[in-house]
Design a protein around this ligand. Structure first.
Ligand SMILES: Nc1ncnc2c1ncn2[C@@H]1O[C@H](COP(=O)(O)OP(=O)(O)OP(=O)(O)O)[C@@H](O)[C@H]1O
Ligand SMILES: [Mg+2]
Length: 475
C-alpha cells in the first residue's frame, strides 16, 4: 500500500477521553449488533420507510449476537429472480462519504490476503462516524467473505477474557477441552500454529474492555507477529488508545499496528448521506433545503455523529407529521399521506430540545428571527469578519448595531432592550453572553458559523448588505 495514502488516511484528529462513548446522550440507546443491517441493504429496500430505517438504528439489541449481519449467500445470489451480479452491484455500493476509508480498508485487506501476510490495524474515530458500518460493508464483500475466515466481536458484550476466547473458538470452529480461559486460549494458539485459512479478526469497541480485561488485547494484538495468516483489526473511539493502553506494542516495530482514523462527518458529508438515504426511500423532498442545511451544520459543529443526525432527522419528521395531522385526522389518512415537508422551524425545535435552549420556538421562527434579532446577529458577524475583533463586548456591539439599524431607517433598541434580545438569542443557542461587571462590559460569543446563520436568518441579502457596510464599524 502506498505510504503517502496511508499517511493521509491516518491524519491526526483531536482525541476524546478514554471510554467516552455514545452513552453520553441522555436518551441514546446502545446500538446493537444489527445496526448495520439497514446500511448494508440500503439499496435493495426501496419499500422500507426512512422512519423505520432510522428507528431500527436506535433499537437496542439485547441478545449476544455481536456479528454484523451477513447477507446470506442465498439472499445475495438470487433476489427476486435477479442474477447475483445485478443484486450485488446494487447492494454493495460503499457508504456515502466513507468511500476513501473503505477503499483504504479494501486495499489493506487485499494486499495481506494476496501475500498471505499477517498484520494488525487500529481503527479510531468518534461515535457515529461510520467505523462499524464501513467494516461491516467490507466484511460482506464476497471476496473477503470467501477468502478470509472472519471473526467479528463487539467487546461491549464480552464480560471476561474467557468469553472473548470462547467466542473466537466458536467462530473458528476450534474444538476445546473446556470453556475456561486457559482451555480456549490453548485451543486457539494450537489452531493458529497449524496451517490455516487467512483469518480476519475484528474486535470492535475495544475501549469498552476494562483494564483487567485489557490484558487480553495484548495477547491478541501479539498474534499477527507470532503467527502467520492472521489479520487483526481493533476498533475504538480514542485516537491514541493503542499508545496509551498497549504501550508495549509500540515498543516493537513488528507489533505496532497501522492506524486508520475516521474523522467526524462534515456538514456536506451529512447532507450527502441524508440526501442518499432519503432518495433510497423515495423521500427526496421531505426536508426543505434550509432545514437540512441547518440540521447538518449543527451536528457537524457539535460532533459529526451520524447516529445522532439520523436520530434528530427521525424526530423532526415525526414532529412535522404530528403538526400536519394534529387536527381531526384519522391514523389511516395519516399513514397514507406521506407528503410531509420538514421546515426549519421543526429542525430548530428538535435541536433546541436535544441540545438545550430553554425557550421553545415561537411563531416568529416562521420567518427565522424577529428583525431586531437579525440586525444584532448581522452586526456581530460584521464585527467578527470585517472588524477583525476576536472578542465582542456588549457596549461595542450596541454601537455597531445602532449604526446598522439607523442605516436602514430602523429605530434601534436601547442598550437594555438589546441585552434582552441577546438573552433570547442565547436561549436559541445562537449566542453565549457572559462575564463583565456592567452590561456594556459583558462578552458576547457567536455560537453559529456563517452557514448556520444564513440558514437561520433566511435573509441572505440582508446579511450580505450588512457585511458590506464597514462604515458601521468603529474607525
Ligand atoms: N456513511 C454513512 N451512510 C449512512 N449511514 C451512516 C453512515 N455512517 C454512519 N451511518 C449511520 O450511523 C450509525 C452509526 O454508525 P456506526 O455504528 O458505523 O458508527 P461508529 O463509528 O461505529 O460509532 P461507535 O464508535 O459509537 O461504535 C449507523 O448505524 C449508520 O446507520
Ligand atoms: Mg461502532
Amino acid at each position: 500500500m502506498c505510504i503517502k495514502h496511508r499517511e493521509k488516511m491516518a491524519g491526526v484528529q483531536a482525541t476524546i477521553p478514554f471510554r467516552s462513548r455514545k452513552k453520553v446522550y441522555v436518551d441514546d440507546e446502545d446500538v446493537g449488533s444489527n445496526e448495520n443491517k439497514d446500511i448494508l441493504n440500503i439499496r435493495k429496500s426501496s419499500d422500507r420507510k426512512l422512519k423505520r430505517h432510522i428507528e431500527h438504528d436506535l433499537k437496542r439489541e439485547t441478545d449476544d449476537d455481536c456479528t454484523p449481519v451477513k447477507i446470506s449467500r442465498k439472499d445475495t445470489m438470487v433476489k427476486n429472480g435477479k442474477s447475483r451480479n445485478v443484486s450485488e452491484e446494487e447492494n454493495l455500493k460503499p457508504l456515502t462519504s466513507r468511500e476513501t476509508e473503505i477503499e483504504w480498508l479494501d486495499t489493506f485487506l487485499t494486499e495481506h490476503l494476496e501475500k498471505e501476510q499477517s498484520a494488525s490495524l487500529y481503527v479510531s474515530g468518534q461515535p457515529g462516524t461510520g467505523k462499524t458500518a464501513s467494516l461491516s460493508y467490507i466484511l460482506n464483500l464476497p471476496k473477503f467473505r470467501e477468502c478470509y475466515k472472519q471473526v467479528y466481536i463487539n467487546c461491549t458484550m464480552m464480560k471476561s477474557a474467557a468469553s472473548i476466547y470462547n467466542r473466537i473458538c466458536k467462530e473458528l470452529q476450534v474444538p476445546t477441552s473446556g470453556t475456561t480461559e486457559k482451555a480456549c486460549f490453548n485451543a486457539i494458539e494450537k489452531y493458529l500454529k497449524k496451517k490455516h485459512k487467512m483469518i480476519l479478526l475484528v474486535l470492535d469497541e475495544i475501549d469498552q474492555l476494562d483494564s483487567k480485561r485489557q490484558s487480553v488485547l495484548y495477547t491478541i494484538f501479539e498474534w499477527p507477529a507470532l503467527f502467520s495468516r492472521v489479520v487483526l483489526v481493533g476498533v475504538a473511539n480514542a485516537l491514541d488508545l493503542t499508545q496509551r493502553a498497549l504501550p508495549r506494542l509500540q515498543a516493537r516495530c513488528s507489533l505496532r499496528p497501522l492506524t486508520l482514523h475516521f474523522a467526524p462527518y462534515t456538514k456536506q458529508q451529512i447532507i450527502n448521506i441524508f440526501t442518499n438515504v432519503l432518495a433510497n426511500e423515495d423521500k427526496t423532498n421531505v426536508f426543505s433545503p434550509v432545514a437540512l442545511q441547518m440540521l447538518a451544520a449543527k451536528i457537524s459543529a457539535i460532533s459529526g455523529d451520524m447516529r445522532r443526525a439520523l436520530d434528530i432527522g427521525r424526530r423532526v419528521i415525526e414532529l412535522a407529521r404530528r403538526t400536519k395531522f394534529s387536527d381531526n385526522q384519522s391514523i389511516d389518512s395519516m399513514m397514507k399521506d406521506s407528503s410531509v415537508t420538514v421546515e426549519l422551524k421543526q429542525v430548530l425545535e428538535v435541536l433546541n430540545d436535544v441540545y438545550g435552549g430553554s425557550r421553545k420556538i415561537e411563531t416568529d421562527a416562521e420567518d427565522g428571527f424577529p428583525l431586531q434579532q437579525k440586525l444584532i446577529l448581522c452586526s456581530i458577524m460584521l464585527m467578527l469578519t470585517k472588524g477583525k475583533v476576536k472578542e465582542i463586548v456588549m457596549g461595542k456591539l450596541h454601537d455597531v448595531y445602532k449604526k446598522v439599524a439607523n442605516a436602514r431607517n430602523i429605530m434601534p433598541l436601547d442598550m437594555c432592550e438589546m441585552c434582552a434580545a441577546c438573552a433570547l438569542l442565547e436561549a436559541r443557542g445562537a449566542l453565549r453572553v457572559g462575564g463583565g461587571a456592567s452590561a456594556r462590559a459583558r462578552r458576547v460569543r457567536l455560537q453559529w458559523d456563517h452557514a448556520e446563520l444564513c440558514a437561520a436568518l433566511r435573509d441572505k441579502p440582508l446579511l450580505s448588505a450588512i457585511l458590506d457596510d464597514v462604515s458601521c464599524l468603529p474607525s
